[in-house]
Write a protein that binds this ligand. Structure first.
Ligand code: LR7
Ligand code: MN
Length: 758
């Protein structure tokens, strides 16, 4: 009995302990939950605050009446050589077609009209920028950024490349972020020119897909990889595109240029602005005062943030080449990549210093970048130009994909994954982001029109052109669908690294700047690939009025020589259109040496690329590309008969379309031609001769319909010291040269068909 009592007491005692332990744990739990809640709330409040400030600020900016400003797209890409050409319509007319620029409306409109163009946010305010952002307390917990498009991390997070992700990110991706993260060692590599040649070891995969196949919407599906990556079906999970935007927190909402706002400085600072302008040919003074990791508006079409991409996208090396780039813009470019790219996809950032002359781009840059283990710096020992500089970057890149960017850009939220997704779906796709505009004067980030694609006009002048309404409707194209692009702008694109080498990279004979975008575009399309603009990927770029660096040789000569190389290798018989639009002088080899093309021509054969006619018909059918300016019978108004050629002599006959002897053409090089024979003026004899055609020979050229002048119908010998015209002799059906006379009908000629207006 006693024993029983003891046991009961004992049990009661331990029961008390148990109750006590139980009660204590509940209190503890409640306390803990409260503490956790406080900490989450703390961070959330912080994020919310940032978000609210940002939203409020954006609203304020948008509500401000804008200066109505016509969007002036850069004209710096127009070559002086092209402008010089008197036969060409002014390139600025053709530069951007179908483009309308709207002004920003209020926030509601902005949502609705998100995809319409938006003008810069010109504000007359002068922003306060003295406030230095407070840093988060070290060790603060990182939590998923519940509901918000913008994620925030503190400086230490940036350094460790740890980022805050959206809640609905697939677990796998989070995993990938954590496991693939490595803190590498910062390094500087010095390259010499011999290292720049493309590797010859890479073999070419025969293209097996029609690049003309119409657009595929951005839907990830298990996909059959082509080429030598894998032939197996890769099954992979998918996740929503990551909307990363890491920054030193909190973001100072009052900082100059914050949220991509335009800044108008007080006129008292004009002098400073002017003084520093030439360092970059944009507002360098202002750029230096804007945070290097400022926020910019998420300009993507709304559906983009909901789009899903594969979990196992290839990693990329981002390559920035620069020569004498402005410090703040170079840094802003690098930060925008570090802050807005999923770390597991960003293998490295390679900065290729193309032999810059500025001291700040040497040790200070090394030092600054040493805090970012992913950034590598390659120094070239002599100036190579952007084309060979890119090759130097590619040569040391270790990512599966190469992403080339200019060194004055700002990558927007979610910019990278949609590009990599396209390559994942087909390694021969070469995706380009939408290139938005960072205003060179007020540094505002400007949204650009949808449905723009890169095109060219003769003589290989790059431009933008809007897809026609008809085309959009017919192909049912939505704002987020990839846009097939006949040529890329050049500076911003991703390409599978192996594929880049299979294509033989760039022609390394291209010098300094210009034309390489045409070369790579023709090569990609004609040799089995595709170029696309991806509306869900957006990157701002500062368009400058002039190149802010020197050219080792004459700028114009450099660019036109590059273009001539491209024309000779890729344009086939259409190269006459290039030369005929103001570049005739390049045909004279004694004046211009365009260098050896054997390797490039061999490469095109080896890759079994399609011809330029195929490209025109399938990729860019809208281009007006008649092979001759005019053709058919050549009717003389005075004689009312047609020119006819027998062997190498000329006479007149009754016009007859069925007679081959009466068929002539008027070529882009202004020759009057039948087969291989050309009619040549012979000034000394006031006569003509029939000779073998040779495009390089300027003395065979005649002006005809070259202006609306009273001599438009005449054949004017181009190289005569005075105006001499081809005239039919009524007495004996012969021909001779005589001084031009606008009223003389025997000097007036008409072809059956004219294909070009001038
Ligand atoms: O000798 C040089 N070495 C270099 O490293 C010359 C230039 N560069 C660097 C330069 O610092 C810059 O980062 O190369 C990059 C491009 O030079 P930019 O910015 O002077 O060129 P751009 O923007 O005026 O011109 C466009 O056309 C060029 C033609 O060769 C290149 O393809 C550029 O990359 C390209 N830029 C774009 O496509 C951005 C959008 C422009 C448009 C339309
Ligand atoms: Mn540029």
């Amino acid at each position: 009995m006693m024993r029983l009592m003891k046991l009961r007491r004992h049990l009661r005692g331990s029961g008390r302990v148990l109750v006590f332990v139980f009660a204590a744990s509940i209190v503890w739990l409640l306390f803990d939950m409260a503490a956790l809640r406080v900490s989450i709330d703390d961070v959330n409040t912080h994020i919310l605050k940032e978000r609210v400030l940002r939203e409020r600020e954006m609203r304020r900016v948008r509500a401000t009446p804008n200066l109505k400003m016509e969007f002036k797209h850069p004209v710096q890409r127009l070559d002086p050589a092209a402008i010089r050409d008197r036969e060409r319509p002014l390139a600025s007319d053709v530069y951007r077609e179908g483009s309308k620029r709207a002004v920003l409306k209020d926030k509601k409109d902005l949502k609705r009209d998100r995809f319409k163009s938006v003008a810069p946010q010109h504000k007359a305010d002068v922003y306060n920028h003295g406030v230095i952002a407070k840093q988060d307390a070290p060790g603060k917990k990182k939590v998923p950024n519940l509901d918000f498009g913008v994620a925030v991390a503190n400086a230490s997070q940036v350094r460790a490349n740890k980022v805050v992700l959206e809640r609905d990110v697939a677990k796998e991706s989070l995993h990938a972020v954590a496991s693939k993260e490595k803190l590498g060692v910062n390094e500087t590599i010095v390259l010499e020119s011999k290292d720049l040649l493309p590797s010859k070891a890479m073999s070419h995969q025969k293209p097996n897909k029609d690049p003309n196949a119409q657009k595929e919407p951005l839907k990830p599906t298990a996909h059959l990889h082509v080429g030598n990556i894998s032939t197996a079906v890769r099954k992979s999970g998918v996740h929503k595109v990551l909307s990363l935007d890491v920054t030193h927190a909190p973001r100072d909402p009052n900082a100059l240029g914050q949220f991509g706002r335009g800044v108008i400085l007080p006129s008292s600072e004009d002098e400073e602005v002017r003084k520093r302008w030439d360092e970059g040919h944009f507002n360098v003074y202002l750029s230096d005062r804007i945070p290097v990791d400022r926020a910019i508006p998420d300009t993507r079409p709304e559906v983009c943030s909901q789009a899903v991409v594969h979990d196992d996208l290839p990693s990329t090396s981002v390559i920035f080449c620069f020569v004498d780039e402005v410090w703040s813009t170079l840094l802003r470019s690098v930060h925008s990549v570090l802050n807005r790219s999923p770390p597991h996809l960003l293998k490295e950032i390679i900065l290729v210093d193309d032999f810059s002359t500025k001291d700040y781009l040497k040790e200070p840059l090394d030092k600054y970048m040493s805090q970012f283990p992913k950034v590598r710096i390659v120094r070239l020992k002599e100036r190579q130009g952007l084309i060979r500089a890119r090759l130097a970057g590619a040569a040391v890149a270790t990512g599966e994909v190469l992403t080339f960017l200019d060194s004055h850009v700002e990558c927007n939220v979610g910019w990278l994954e949609p590009l990599l997704e396209r390559i994942y779906l087909d390694r021969r796709k070469v995706p380009c982001p939408v290139i938005e505009v960072i205003n060179d004067k007020d540094m505002s980030y400007m949204l650009i029109d949808n449905f723009q694609r890169g095109i060219f006009k003769w003589p290989l002048v790059f431009g933008w052109n809007a897809l026609s309404e008809d085309y959009i409707r017919k192909h049912n194209i939505t704002v987020s669908d990839p846009i097939r692009c006949p040529v890329m702008a050049g500076g911003l694109f991703s390409i599978d690294k192996k594929y880049f080498y299979e294509l033989g990279t760039y022609d390394p004979g291209l010098d300094v700047w210009g034309g390489e975008n045409m070369e790579i575009s023709f090569k990609i399309w004609m040799c089995g690939g595709e170029i696309e603009i991806i509306p869900c990927s957006r990157v701002g770029h500062i368009f400058r009025g002039q190149n802010p660096y020197s050219f080792p040789k004459d700028r114009q000569k450099t660019v036109e020589r590059n273009l001539a190389r491209v024309a000779e290798v890729w344009l086939d018989e259409y190269k006459d259109l290039f030369y005929g639009h103001g570049y005739q002088h390049l045909l004279d080899k004694s004046v211009t040496d365009i260098g050896n093309l054997t390797e490039q021509i061999e490469l095109r054969k080896k890759l079994k690329c399609k011809n330029f006619k195929w490209y025109l018909e399938n990729v860019y059918p809208e281009l007006d590309a008649p092979l001759v300016k005019a053709e058919g019978l050549v009717f003389n108004q005075g004689l009312r008969r047609c020119l006819a050629m027998f062997k190498d002599s000329l006479s007149f006959e009754t016009c007859d379309l069925n007679k081959q002897s009466q068929h002539f053409s008027y070529t882009w090089l202004r020759h009057v031609r039948q087969g291989d024979l050309c009619i040549a003026p012979q000034q000394s004899l006031n006569s003509f001769s029939v000779v073998s055609c040779d495009n390089a020979k300027a003395e065979l050229r005649w002006f005809h319909k070259s202006s609306k002048s009273t001599l438009a119908d005449h054949f004017i010998a181009e190289f005569a010291s005075q105006h001499m015209c081809l005239e039919a002799e009524s007495r004996d059906d012969s021909l001779h040269l005589s001084p031009c006379d606008s009223n003389n009908s025997f000097q007036k000629w008409q072809f059956t068909h004219y294909y070009a207006s001038v």
